[in-house]
Design a protein around this ligand. Sequence first.
Ligand code: FA5
Length: 339
Amino acid sequence: MEDTELIENEAQREAETAQDSHALYEIKMKFLGRTGKVTALLKNMREIEADKRPAFGKRVNDLRESLERKFALLEEKLKKRELERRLAAEEIDVTVPGRRFKPGALHPVTRVRDKLVDLFAGIGFEVFEGPEIEDQYYNFTALNTPEDHPARDMQDTFYLSNGFLLRTQTSAGQIRVMESRKPPIKIVSPGRVFRSDDDATHSPMFHQMEGLVVDRGITLCDLSGMLDEFARAMFTKETKTRLRPSYFPFTEPSVEVDVSCFSCGGKGCPLCKGTGWIEVLGAGMVNRKVLKNCGIDPDEYSGFAFGLGLERIAMLKYGINNIKLLTENDVRFLAQFKD
Ligand code: FA5
């Protein structure tokens, strides 16, 4: 009986020292757990005289119940305190302004390329990406460019060792496609090209996009219709195109393609230098010799090709007056192009 009192006092004292619910649980187990002190009292029952056992049993059960109540009360108190502390620590002021997230923007040349690829993919073109390092055959010879053509000069072309060069035009990819596939062929080929060129509208590294269609019965009318589609999608719905005779060794006939000035609608303004037209690309019917070089019978098949400068289109579309701005990567400049 004395033991029960001692244990009760001890449990009470210890329980009050518990700093948190976990410590309290440990103390509770020390007294009320399976191997706890109160449980141990019951195990000693046999050593007690038989007539005193019921009273002792009742006393131990009362003790157990009383301790359980005390622990429960303390536990509730501690848990409440813990919750209050946690809520205070995790308090969030939802009125504090958030950190501003500055999203990047796509480069204007990337925008133009993506828009063109989307447009041409929508009318059935596949995308082909040729290598940036080419040899004379793909970049010039197979494209019917004579040995003494000025484009082959060191002043125009960056030569590497062993007869390799940095491609000067995406037209080199035309040959790779025609060599490896049978018509019908319908591809666009965007990519970087390199020329020894440097002024406000010319850069030593720039981007072109080549287009090539080869099939039975392809005519200049197909090219013209497709270009109208391109001009309307790229500039405005009212934009028109016109073809002017030109010369490229790999097309015959060759044309330069102008679009009606989308700034003044064709009346004449500084952008179109008063002419109402802006030149945007070179094109033509694939030269019979080029088809033959690639093993395609020019009596059976014909095709058209076109090549445009992506920087040129971006500069026109966004009113950029110096090509250098496109490679300086000044964030203040780039951040202006959102659509
Ligand atoms: C060609 O490169 C031909 N391969 C295009 C072609 C393809 C014709 C298929 C016929 C059939 P050209 O040298 O004109 O053509 O270049 C095409 C475009 O690239 C030009 O209209 C211009 O927009 C752009 N360009 C040329 N040189 C530079 C340069 N240094 N910097 C930026 N853009 C340039």
